[in-house]
Design a protein around this ligand. Sequence first.
Ligand SMILES: [Ca+2]
Length: 246
Amino acid sequence: MKKNIIKVILFSLLFAGCGVEYSKLPPPKPIPGIPCPTPSPTPIPVVTPSTSPSTSPNPTPIPSPSPTPTVDPYVNAESIVNSYNEYRNAIGQESLVPGLSCTLYTVPQTTALIVGATLTNVGSFGFNGNFNQPDTSVSVGLNILPTALQQVYQTWFIVKCSGYIVSQNSEFYEFSLTSDDGSNMYIDGGLLINNDGLHAAQSVNGAKFLQANVHSFELDFLQATGYQELILDMNGSAIPGQLFYH
Ligand SMILES: [Ca+2]
């Protein structure tokens, strides 16, 4: 017992001032030259980053400015044709497709009119463009023909393009048909413009009230010899190909 008390006193003397309290004895002063025991450092807890999803709300994306919408000038025509195709399908007919169906014929060199001409069928092709052939030399070729045929058929032929024209609005339409040689235009089964015959470029006009609907259409053209021209305008400008179907 006595030994233990002496040990406590000695330890207290040796490590006094080192922050180690061994008894309730008054703290002695440190003895120079004797190092203090190094206390084991308190382990620093390792912080493991949380892998759980962040609870912060997703940032609201900044909407990019929407581009200026492109106005389709033929949206009415497409809507009208879609409705008409639904009707056609309901009665077992195929849907109309864009463009006209054209047939090329050769004719005898005695032909003076489209109406009543003796026709020899060469072949058919689809046409999605405008009737805008200016007055040009016979060697240029008619621009509504397939390119490969333009140098082959330059005189004594007739082209008949048929199908439908879509009236986007219910209104009067003024048509102007210019041709060298002859031409005829039919709408809703009736001859609206008669520009038939052998002649240099000349224009004939016609007007008709068309309901916003699909109307049967046919344009016939005769080239005999010499220059050729075929221009069909509606209300002052070439009829857009987007209004034709077959
Ligand atoms: Ca001609």
